[in-house]
Design a protein around this ligand. Structure first.
Ligand SMILES: Cc1cn([C@H]2C[C@H](O)[C@@H](COP(=O)(O)OP(=O)(O)OP(=O)(O)O)O2)c(=O)[nH]c1=O
Length: 185
């Protein structure tokens, strides 16, 4: 049986599209970046740690975990701490392009394989009022970079380059390939 090491409803929905049965076990880990940690290395490390935290509780199980990070220049944006933090992030993201990187870890047969996918997301300009209205909706608060492309934020995202599902939290084509390579699909 496959375990998705995630509390994210988005990941659950995306993984269900592959048609494999799976169960859910949340992995609670410290998501603080190391000083000057490379963003891709950071998301891959967190995905690995989430998978390995659940592997300790379920020896022998096959486990999939992921971590999504928004990266502006080399600044890492995780989930905002509060509404003020969400406003700060959106103020920096508006009117420019940034990267969304999702690290994916697959733990199977006592080995963990880690890969990552990158999508470039472009925001149009947002004024303070637009940002305030969006933050007041509550949608940004549980999402990396303080936005969800699958919701109201889409009206401010004219363009992306790369995999859409990667921005929502699980790069499905890559995950499919990883599961196939491990003989699980
Ligand atoms: C950028 C972006 C992020 N997100 C979400 C995906 C992730 O759930 C979240 C990033 O936080 P993560 O730490 O990757 O995941 P999580 O804490 O929600 O879940 P878990 O660690 O238990 O797997 O942001 C969107 O839903 N839409 C978006 O457009």
């Amino acid at each position: 049986m496959l375990i998705l090491a995630s509390a994210s409803p988005r990941r659950r929905e995306l993984l269900a599209h592959l048609g494999l049965p799976f169960t859910i076990e949340a992995a609670d880990i410290d998501e603080t970046p190391y000083p000057d940690e490379d963003p891709r290395a950071y998301t891959e490390r967190l995905a690995r740690q989430k998978a390995e935290a659940v592997a300790q509780r379920y020896p022998g199980a096959t486990i999939l975990a992921a971590d999504t990070t928004v990266v502006l220049d080399d600044l890492i944006f995780g989930k905002p701490q509060d509404a003020a933090d969400a406003r700060r992030m959106l103020q920096l993201l508006q009117g420019r392009s940034h990267r969304v990187i999702t690290g994916v870890a697959l733990h199977s047969n006592n080995q963990t394989t880690v890969e990552s996918e990158q999508t470039v997301v472009t925001f149009s300009q947002m004024n303070v009022e637009m940002i305030d209205v969006y933050v007041a909706s509550g949608d940004p608060l549980d999402k990396a970079g303080a936005y969800g492309i699958q919701g109201a934020a889409a009206q401010f995202i004219p363009r992306i380059e790369g995999d859409y599902s990667n921005v929502v939290g699980l790069p499905l084509a890559r995950v499919r390939q990883m599961l196939h390579q491990a003989g699980l699909l």
